[in-house]
Write a new protein. Sequence first.
Length: 232
Amino acid sequence: MKILLAPSERKTLGGNFPPISKNSFIFPEIYEKRKEAVKKYDEFLKTTDDIKNFGDDKTSVFERPVKKAVLRYSGVAFEHMKYEELDKSAQKWIDENVYIFSNLFGVISAGDLIPHYTLKQGSKPGFDIYSYYKEVFSPVLEKINESEPFIDLRAKFYEKIYKPKNAITFKFIKNGKVVSHFAKAYRGKLSAVISKHRPETIEDVLKIPFEDIKIIEIQKKKGVKEIVCEVF
C-alpha cells in the first residue's frame, strides 16, 4: 500500500547531499518532465518580488544541497510522524511507500532528496504547475493504484494533481465535530503507526490498533472508503 501525504510549507534548511539529479527521485522515466517544471520555477524566481509565495532565495534550485523529503518537511504532520524515532524497518517503509505531493517537484517519495524551496500552496510560478503535474503523474499513479490501494491522507487541494479510485481516507471527529487543522497531526501519527504494521490490504489497515483513535463508521463513496474516527 502507499500513503499519499501533503507537503508542509515549513521546511528545514541545509542538506547533506549534492544537488538534485535524476537519481534524486522516484519515477526516473518522467524526470525530464519534472525537470522542465523546476526550470520554469527557477526562471520565474529571477523575475518576481513576491517573497511571501516564493521566498527570497534567488539561487538556482539545481544548485542547492538536498536531504530526504521526510526530513526536509517540518510541518505538523511530519512533527507527529516522528520519523527519526522509528526503527530502521519502519523508516525504510516510509521512504519507499509514502508519496508526498510537493508543490514544486510533484509526486515524490519520502526518501527522495530535495532542496529547500518556497512555493506556497496554490501559487503559480508563471504557469499552472498543478495542471502540468496532473498530466504527468496521473497515468503513473493510476497504474500503481490498479494493483494496490492508497491511503489518502492529503488535504483535498492535492486532488488537483491526482484523485485515486482505489483508496481509503480518514475523517477525524472530536467532541462531535470534524477536526480540521489538527487533523494534520493525526495524519502524521497514522503514517507512523502504519509504517510499523505495513498493511497490504484495506482489511489489514482496519485491524491496526491505532492509539487514541476509535473507528466508528466506514462510508463508501465511488470506490473510496472513508473511515470515520473518534479521536481522544
